[in-house]
Design a protein around this ligand. Sequence first.
Ligand code: NI
Ligand code: MN
Length: 223
Amino acid sequence: MALDITYLGHSGFLLTDGSHTLAIDPFLTGNPKATMQHNQVKCDYIALTHGHADHFGDTVDIARANKATVIAAFEITEYLGEQGVKNVEPGNTGGKIKTAFGWVAFTQAFHSSSYQGRYMGMPCGIVAHLGGKTFYHCGDTGLFSDMQLLGEIYKPDVAAIPIGDRFTMGPELATKAAEFIDPRTAIPIHYNTWPPIEVNVSKFAPSGVKVNAMKPGETWRAE
Ligand code: NI
Ligand code: MN
Protein backbone atom coordinates (compact mmCIF):
# COMPACT_ATOMS: atom_id res chain seq x y z
CA MET A 1 0.00 0.00 0.00
CA ALA A 2 1.28 3.39 -0.96
CA LEU A 3 -0.10 6.82 -1.67
CA ASP A 4 1.37 8.83 -4.53
CA ILE A 5 0.57 12.53 -4.39
CA THR A 6 0.81 14.73 -7.49
CA TYR A 7 0.48 18.49 -6.97
CA LEU A 8 -1.46 20.22 -9.73
CA GLY A 9 -0.57 23.71 -8.54
CA HIS A 10 -2.73 26.11 -6.45
CA SER A 11 -4.92 23.76 -4.35
CA GLY A 12 -5.16 20.83 -6.74
CA PHE A 13 -3.95 17.26 -6.26
CA LEU A 14 -4.14 13.81 -7.75
CA LEU A 15 -3.93 11.07 -5.13
CA THR A 16 -3.49 7.49 -6.26
CA ASP A 17 -3.07 4.13 -4.57
CA GLY A 18 -2.26 2.48 -7.91
CA SER A 19 -5.81 1.20 -8.42
CA HIS A 20 -7.91 4.30 -7.83
CA THR A 21 -7.19 7.97 -8.39
CA LEU A 22 -8.85 10.83 -6.54
CA ALA A 23 -8.54 14.36 -7.90
CA ILE A 24 -9.05 17.17 -5.37
CA ASP A 25 -9.89 20.72 -6.54
CA PRO A 26 -8.73 20.14 -10.15
CA PHE A 27 -8.27 23.73 -11.34
CA LEU A 28 -6.12 23.58 -14.48
CA THR A 29 -7.67 25.79 -17.18
CA GLY A 30 -6.74 29.37 -16.23
CA ASN A 31 -4.27 28.24 -13.58
CA PRO A 32 -0.97 29.94 -14.49
CA LYS A 33 1.00 27.32 -12.51
CA ALA A 34 -0.65 24.24 -14.02
CA THR A 35 1.62 21.80 -15.81
CA MET A 36 -1.19 19.53 -17.01
CA GLN A 37 -4.29 20.05 -19.16
CA HIS A 38 -7.68 18.84 -17.99
CA ASN A 39 -7.88 16.23 -20.76
CA GLN A 40 -4.69 14.59 -19.44
CA VAL A 41 -6.27 13.86 -16.04
CA LYS A 42 -7.23 10.23 -15.46
CA CYS A 43 -9.22 9.63 -12.30
CA ASP A 44 -12.25 7.75 -11.02
CA TYR A 45 -13.12 10.18 -8.22
CA ILE A 46 -13.08 13.95 -7.77
CA ALA A 47 -13.52 15.65 -4.39
CA LEU A 48 -14.19 19.38 -4.06
CA THR A 49 -13.58 21.53 -1.00
CA HIS A 50 -15.93 24.30 -2.19
CA GLY A 51 -17.45 25.93 -5.24
CA HIS A 52 -15.03 28.79 -5.98
CA ALA A 53 -13.75 28.69 -9.54
CA ASP A 54 -10.11 28.22 -8.47
CA HIS A 55 -11.18 24.88 -6.90
CA PHE A 56 -14.22 23.78 -8.96
CA GLY A 57 -12.01 24.38 -12.00
CA ASP A 58 -12.28 21.70 -14.68
CA THR A 59 -14.51 19.38 -12.65
CA VAL A 60 -17.30 19.14 -15.27
CA ASP A 61 -14.95 18.27 -18.14
CA ILE A 62 -12.84 15.84 -16.08
CA ALA A 63 -15.92 14.12 -14.60
CA ARG A 64 -17.52 13.70 -18.03
CA ALA A 65 -14.35 12.42 -19.72
CA ASN A 66 -13.57 9.90 -16.95
CA LYS A 67 -17.13 9.08 -15.83
CA ALA A 68 -15.71 9.96 -12.42
CA THR A 69 -17.76 10.21 -9.24
CA VAL A 70 -17.75 13.71 -7.73
CA ILE A 71 -17.77 14.00 -3.93
CA ALA A 72 -18.82 17.47 -2.82
CA ALA A 73 -21.26 19.54 -0.79
CA PHE A 74 -24.91 18.83 -1.62
CA GLU A 75 -25.41 22.17 -3.39
CA ILE A 76 -22.40 21.54 -5.66
CA THR A 77 -23.65 18.09 -6.63
CA GLU A 78 -27.09 19.57 -7.43
CA TYR A 79 -25.39 22.00 -9.82
CA LEU A 80 -23.32 19.19 -11.34
CA GLY A 81 -26.49 17.21 -11.99
CA GLU A 82 -27.83 20.15 -13.99
CA GLN A 83 -24.59 20.04 -16.01
CA GLY A 84 -25.16 16.37 -16.85
CA VAL A 85 -22.72 14.97 -14.27
CA LYS A 86 -24.77 12.15 -12.79
CA ASN A 87 -22.18 10.24 -10.75
CA VAL A 88 -22.15 12.26 -7.57
CA GLU A 89 -21.80 11.63 -3.84
CA PRO A 90 -23.31 14.59 -1.97
CA GLY A 91 -22.17 15.28 1.56
CA ASN A 92 -21.68 18.04 4.08
CA THR A 93 -19.55 19.15 7.02
CA GLY A 94 -18.83 16.37 9.51
CA GLY A 95 -19.89 13.52 7.22
CA LYS A 96 -17.91 10.59 5.87
CA ILE A 97 -18.49 8.67 2.62
CA LYS A 98 -17.19 5.18 1.81
CA THR A 99 -15.51 4.88 -1.57
CA ALA A 100 -13.91 2.13 -3.66
CA PHE A 101 -10.48 3.18 -2.31
CA GLY A 102 -11.39 3.86 1.32
CA TRP A 103 -13.27 6.93 2.48
CA VAL A 104 -13.61 10.68 2.24
CA ALA A 105 -14.75 12.93 5.09
CA PHE A 106 -15.82 16.58 5.11
CA THR A 107 -14.43 18.91 7.78
CA GLN A 108 -15.35 22.51 8.46
CA ALA A 109 -13.54 25.37 6.81
CA PHE A 110 -13.99 29.05 7.61
CA HIS A 111 -14.52 30.56 4.18
CA SER A 112 -17.38 31.02 1.66
CA SER A 113 -18.57 29.01 -1.33
CA SER A 114 -20.23 30.22 -4.51
CA TYR A 115 -19.91 29.71 -8.26
CA GLN A 116 -20.97 32.28 -10.86
CA GLY A 117 -23.00 34.02 -8.17
CA ARG A 118 -24.78 30.85 -7.03
CA TYR A 119 -24.62 29.62 -3.43
CA MET A 120 -22.67 26.37 -3.30
CA GLY A 121 -23.23 25.24 0.29
CA MET A 122 -20.72 25.17 3.09
CA PRO A 123 -17.02 25.34 2.31
CA CYS A 124 -15.22 22.26 3.61
CA GLY A 125 -11.92 20.57 4.11
CA ILE A 126 -11.53 17.06 2.70
CA VAL A 127 -9.97 14.13 4.53
CA ALA A 128 -9.21 11.20 2.21
CA HIS A 129 -8.00 7.75 3.21
CA LEU A 130 -6.33 5.75 0.46
CA GLY A 131 -3.15 3.79 -0.08
CA GLY A 132 -2.92 3.20 3.67
CA LYS A 133 -2.48 6.94 4.30
CA THR A 134 -4.70 9.75 5.45
CA PHE A 135 -4.54 13.07 3.62
CA TYR A 136 -6.20 16.19 5.04
CA HIS A 137 -6.81 18.96 2.51
CA CYS A 138 -7.83 21.99 4.57
CA GLY A 139 -9.57 23.71 1.65
CA ASP A 140 -9.61 27.50 1.83
CA THR A 141 -9.85 28.45 5.48
CA GLY A 142 -8.85 30.70 8.30
CA LEU A 143 -7.25 29.29 11.41
CA PHE A 144 -9.49 27.49 13.90
CA SER A 145 -8.54 25.67 17.07
CA ASP A 146 -10.61 22.59 16.19
CA MET A 147 -7.83 21.78 13.74
CA GLN A 148 -6.18 20.25 16.79
CA LEU A 149 -9.25 18.04 17.35
CA LEU A 150 -9.36 17.07 13.67
CA GLY A 151 -5.69 16.11 13.92
CA GLU A 152 -6.40 13.94 16.96
CA ILE A 153 -9.37 12.25 15.29
CA TYR A 154 -8.04 11.66 11.78
CA LYS A 155 -4.28 11.49 12.53
CA PRO A 156 -3.41 12.63 9.02
CA ASP A 157 -0.07 11.54 7.58
CA VAL A 158 -0.14 14.53 5.23
CA ALA A 159 -1.95 17.87 5.46
CA ALA A 160 -2.30 20.36 2.61
CA ILE A 161 -2.59 23.80 4.19
CA PRO A 162 -3.31 27.15 2.49
CA ILE A 163 -0.64 29.77 3.22
CA GLY A 164 -1.23 32.49 0.58
CA ASP A 165 -2.90 35.03 2.91
CA ARG A 166 -5.69 37.48 1.90
CA PHE A 167 -8.33 34.78 1.16
CA THR A 168 -6.97 32.16 3.59
CA MET A 169 -4.40 31.96 6.33
CA GLY A 170 -1.02 33.48 5.66
CA PRO A 171 2.18 31.60 6.48
CA GLU A 172 2.27 32.64 10.14
CA LEU A 173 -1.26 31.44 10.94
CA ALA A 174 -0.79 28.41 8.69
CA THR A 175 2.27 27.53 10.79
CA LYS A 176 -0.01 27.42 13.84
CA ALA A 177 -2.55 25.36 11.84
CA ALA A 178 0.11 22.79 10.98
CA GLU A 179 1.16 22.56 14.63
CA PHE A 180 -2.50 22.03 15.61
CA ILE A 181 -3.06 19.31 12.99
CA ASP A 182 0.36 17.77 13.61
CA PRO A 183 0.70 15.65 10.46
CA ARG A 184 4.00 13.98 9.56
CA THR A 185 4.24 16.23 6.50
CA ALA A 186 2.59 19.53 5.60
CA ILE A 187 2.27 20.68 1.98
CA PRO A 188 1.72 24.45 1.56
CA ILE A 189 -0.96 25.33 -1.01
CA HIS A 190 -2.94 28.31 -2.35
CA TYR A 191 0.07 30.62 -2.68
CA ASN A 192 2.12 32.27 -5.45
CA THR A 193 -0.50 31.42 -8.08
CA TRP A 194 -1.13 35.15 -8.66
CA PRO A 195 0.42 38.34 -7.19
CA PRO A 196 -2.28 38.89 -4.50
CA ILE A 197 -1.35 35.59 -2.82
CA GLU A 198 2.42 35.81 -3.21
CA VAL A 199 4.13 34.94 0.06
CA ASN A 200 7.53 33.76 1.25
CA VAL A 201 7.05 30.03 1.75
CA SER A 202 9.99 29.91 4.19
CA LYS A 203 7.75 31.73 6.71
CA PHE A 204 5.66 28.55 6.86
CA ALA A 205 7.78 26.78 9.46
CA PRO A 206 5.82 24.60 11.90
CA SER A 207 7.83 22.92 14.62
CA GLY A 208 7.73 19.14 14.63
CA VAL A 209 6.20 18.95 11.14
CA LYS A 210 8.12 18.37 7.91
CA VAL A 211 7.29 20.87 5.17
CA ASN A 212 7.23 19.65 1.59
CA ALA A 213 6.75 22.64 -0.73
CA MET A 214 5.85 20.59 -3.79
CA LYS A 215 6.33 22.03 -7.27
CA PRO A 216 3.37 21.90 -9.67
CA GLY A 217 3.59 18.67 -11.66
CA GLU A 218 5.72 16.95 -9.01
CA THR A 219 4.77 13.54 -7.57
CA TRP A 220 5.75 12.47 -4.06
CA ARG A 221 5.14 9.13 -2.31
CA ALA A 222 3.67 9.90 1.11
CA GLU A 223 5.62 8.79 4.16
NI1 NI B 1 -12.16 29.90 -2.09
MN1 MN C 1 -9.38 29.59 -3.36
